[in-house]
Design a protein around this ligand. Structure first.
Ligand SMILES: NC(=O)c1ccc[n+]([C@@H]2O[C@H](COP(=O)([O-])OP(=O)(O)OC[C@H]3O[C@@H](n4cnc5c(N)ncnc54)[C@H](OP(=O)(O)O)[C@@H]3O)[C@@H](O)[C@H]2O)c1
Length: 289
């Protein structure tokens, strides 16, 4: 099996490169393939003739997408269209990574794949349009939605950081941290997600999947758990999304349930608390027990 990875130096891409056997992978970065360039995208995929293309590329700075809406659609929608065209031409399966932000957050309990999206920001609209393009264009596809990603490489689209690293950096300089309680999600370790993606794409059970660490918490709960696991006492106060005045609207509740993975007995994810501990150990912040 030949698996082409787009965005191979990104947060999830780096862990896909770790997980997929070397002889099976074709890791490409934006230097090799810029998916907003239709000609290059078609040519590059044709040159490699992969069985599977995993697209991790995105404009995923949610607030910047409000201003940079053209770029958001170029990468998150048009780029996906070009990839779908290329996959059709080479008969490759397209694996497209999407987001919990396609939902409006009003459900109040974990979203399953059959729930109706209602995106609330430019980022979310452009990602949902990308999903629709994949579904419309191809039979052989996996759309995999995840939430609140953190991995050792950090999110390139957010300045090479993630929530865990940002909160640790803030704690080093500020006596008190303010973290939101009204955004509930399922924070997910990209190493676990990469393993789950590799397991899934080896099957031909195409379709839409949610793949997240089990359970849910607010960003506040997540921050508290980070310092609890590290055995550090930090003052963390509760705040709200409204108080932070972010440019983009985010769903208040966007925890996902891996219902489709469960249905095919392929849910390999673990509880978010265990995954967080594994990340802290991997980063060397915590000693293995
Ligand atoms: N981060 C999250 O919390 C989160 C949550 C839910 C879903 N997701 C989704 O998960 C996926 C992976 O996220 P991530 O955290 O791994 O993001 P990331 O670290 O920003 O990685 C994205 C990768 O795509 C590359 N890229 C950007 N524009 C490109 C283009 N036009 N052509 C080709 N490559 C391009 C980036 O390279 P450069 O930086 O060099 O441009 C980077 O290597 C994305 O689809 C995102 O929407 C993320």
């Amino acid at each position: 099996m030949r698996i082409l990875i787009i965005g191979a130096d990104g947060q999830l891409g780096t862990d896909l490169v770790k997980v997929i056997p070397k002889e099976e992978q074709i890791p490409l970065t934006i230097k090799n393939i810029d998916i907003t360039n239709r000609e290059i995208t078609l040519q590059e995929i044709k040159n490699h003739q992969p069985d599977i293309v995993i697209n991790t590329a995105a404009h995923n700075h949610v607030d910047k997408c409000e201003e940079e809406f053209a770029l958001a659609f170029e990468i998150n929608t048009y780029g996906v269209k070009y990839l779908a065209e290329a996959c059709k031409a080479t008969n490759s399966c397209l694996v497209h990574i999407s987001t919990d932000y396609v939902f409006d957050g009003k459900k109040g309990k974990p979203y399953v794949e059959t729930d109706q999206p209602n995106p609330q920001s430019i980022y979310a609209i452009s990602k949902y349009a990308g999903e629709q393009i994949v579904k419309y264009s191809l039979d052989k596809y996996f759309i995999i939605r995840s939430t609140g990603l953190y991995g050792t490489a950090g999110c390139l689209g957010k300045g090479g950081t993630n929530f865990v690293e940002s909160i640790l950096k803030l704690a080093a300089t500020q006596p008190e941290l303010k973290v939101v309680t009204d955004e509930i999600l399922s924070p997910t370790y990209t190493l676990d997600l990469a393993k789950q993606i590799y397991e899934l794409v080896k099957t031909n059970k195409y379709g839409l999947y949610h793949a997240v660490s089990h359970g849910s918490c607010s960003w506040y709960d997540f921050a508290v758990k980070i310092f609890e696991l590290l055995g550090r006492k930090i003052k963390i106060t509760k705040t709200t999304a409204a108080e932070l005045k972010a440019a983009a609207k985010r769903p208040g509740y966007s925890a996902l349930k891996n219902a489709a993975l469960e249905k095919i007995s392929l849910d390999k994810m673990r509880p978010w608390q265990e995954a967080l501990k594994a990340y802290l150990i991997e980063k060397g912040y915590l000693k293995p027990a």
